[in-house]
Structure formats: C-alpha cells, structure tokens
Design a protein around this ligand. Structure first.
Ligand SMILES: Nc1ncnc2c1ncn2[C@@H]1O[C@H](COP(=O)(O)OP(=O)(O)OP(=O)(O)O)[C@@H](O)[C@H]1O
Length: 289
C-alpha cells in the first residue's frame, strides 16, 4: 500500500474545491466555486465580512454539507474518506469554537489527540509530547489546570490553537487565528505557523482580516467577494490597489515592506493625509493644525 504522506506522492493541491456550492438552508453562499490549496504553503483567505470565507473553510473541512461539487483532500474525494482519516489529515480551528462547560485547558488540548486514540486507550508518551509541545508553543502551559471558560479571549484563542496543534495534522485550517490577540501574541502565533510550515512542512490555510499581516506571512493569497474568488496568487499579485478596490471597495496605496519587500497597504480614508508635491501633509478641514 502506498503512504499518502510520503514525499513526492502529494498531488500539487493538498486541498481542492471543485465547483462547490454550499450555504445554509435554501440560501447558497458559495455557488460553483473552484479553488486549489497548494501543498506545503501558507495560504491566506481574505475578503469583506460575510463574503463566505468561513463557509468555504467549513465546506472544504467537511463541516458543512455540499449542495453541489466536490472537495478533494490529497487527491481523494473527502466524502469517501473515513472521518478518522480526515481528522488525522486536516485540523480546523473554527471561528467561534465552543468548549464543553468547565473543561480545563489540559483536558481540552488532550481532546485534540482524539483522531490518534484508539477506543479506551490511555495517553501515550507520544500524546504527552505532542500536548506539551502544543502548550509550550502557544504559551499556554501555565494555564493547563484552568477552566477554559474563565480565560480571557486571547488566552482562550491560544488554547484553541494548541488544540489544533495537538491534532498534529499535515494540513491546518484556521479561521481568524489571531482574533482577540494583542499585537505581540499575534506575531507569536504567526511566527509559530510560519515555523510549522517551514520546519514541519505543514500546509496552512488561514482566514485573516489583517491584509498586511497576511501578505507578510502567506505565500499565496485568495481574495473573495460575494461568495466567489476574485483573485488568487502570491501577495504581490493579490494585494494590489485594484484588487483592494474591487474586493473591499477601498482606496489605498500599496508600498513594499521596508524589510521584506512584501506589499503593504495604507488605506486612504476621510481622515488620511493625502500626499501632494508641494506639501507633505494635507489636513482635513476643521482639524487642528
Ligand atoms: N449558520 C448559519 N446560518 C445561516 N446563515 C449563515 C450561517 N453562518 C453564516 N451565515 C451567513 O453566510 C454568509 C457568509 O458568512 P461567512 O461566515 O462565511 O462569512 P465570512 O466571510 O467568514 O465573514 P466574516 O469576515 O464576517 O467572518 C453571511 O451572510 C452569514 O450571515
């Protein structure tokens, strides 16, 4: 039998949506959407509120039934794979995960090991190592005995990332993983994801509202609007003034990051200083000078 995880056997796309339609009740949020996620890369899914990012993520993770189309995971129709196999290959951090009442951090992270446990099996040394690594990597080791429902939003978010890491899957789907996090913890989480990608070869897909952060960390970006993919490619191709205008209806300037050269946007809003050749700053009428 061939090992689907052995090097060289991965199809170019780790995950692929083919003409997927999905939604809620009778309303389709995405309709006939096709998109491929390259193996071993970090892909950032961006787009305005309610454009269908989470719906797409849930559809490809088999958390939402498809009205039409198919999803291929490592080349196989995900519907044909046993649940346990999917859970061993694909970890997901949903947007608003719900923890069982009063569960401790340690017990919740242990649940992340579920796909790797046999019925009734106790924790193995391998489980202990993966759990300890996940707690350490997310800076949550000191919270291990605390009930999850007594944590701050940022602490809870890091615990959920630890749960996803404990699942130890080659592919991770993360819906807004840096929500609730202060700027230092955001960078810590993004650096951790970059490290998992570079050192462990994990394929990472994340939904983000921070376009500049996404452009710094992602190798590919997918821009969505109204349930469809407007543009997909490296940040330099996606984060352009034209695409930002089309996707978000926002005027901006895009400049290269001073260190990495990656594109960074500066939105031009009502209070933004407009550059002119004669004066470096133009103040909004009524503003104190
Ligand atoms: N469980 C649900 N039942 C009914 N409608 C839903 C449900 N979840 C999402 N929707 C609707 O589907 C549409 C797309 O939502 P989705 O969460 O996919 O958007 P999103 O791009 O992830 O948005 P955001 O950036 O605000 O998180 C929205 O109009 C939303 O109201």
């Amino acid at each position: 039998m061939t090992d689907p995880h052995s090097p060289g056997r991965h199809p170019a796309h780790r995950l692929e949506a083919r003409a997927v339609s999905a939604g809620y009740g009778s309303s389709l949020i995405i309709d006939g959407l096709s998109v491929g996620i390259a193996a071993g890369r970090i892909t950032a899914l961006v787009g305005p509120n309610a454009c269908g990012k989470s719906t797409l993520l849930k559809s490809v993770a088999r958390l939402l039934p498809l009205a039409a189309g198919s999803v291929l995971l490592e080349g196989a129709d995900i519907r044909s794979l046993p649940t346990r196999q999917v859970a061993r290959r694909l970890g997901i951090l949903p947007q608003s995960p719900i923890a069982p009442e009063s569960i401790t951090v340690g017990d919740l992270v242990w649940r992340g090991r579920h796909p790797h446990r046999r019925f009734g099996q106790r924790r193995t040394a391998a489980d202990e190592t993966v759990i300890a690594d996940a707690l350490l990597a997310t800076g949550t080791a000191e919270l291990v005995d605390r009930p999850v429902d007594q944590l701050s939003g940022g602490q809870r978010q890091r615990v959920w990332i630890a749960v996803a890491l404990a699942q130890d899957t080659p592919t991770l789907l993360l819906d807004e993983p840096t929500t609730y996090l202060d700027v230092a913890h955001q960078i810590e989480v993004m650096d951790l994801l970059a490290e998992l990608n570079e050192q462990a070869g994990k394929t990472i897909v994340l939904v983000s509202h921070d376009l500049n952060q996404a452009a710094l960390y992602a190798s590919d970006m997918i821009a969505m609007r109204d349930g469809r993919v407007v543009c997909q490619g490296p940040p330099e191709q996606v984060l352009t003034e034209e695409t930002v205008a089309e996707v978000f209806g926002l005027t901006c300037v895009v400049v290269p990051h001073p260190y990495t050269g990656r594109p960074q946007i500066f939105p031009l809003g009502r209070r933004t200083l407009a550059p002119t050749s004669s004066a470096p700053r133009t103040l909004i009428p009524g503003e104190p000078s």
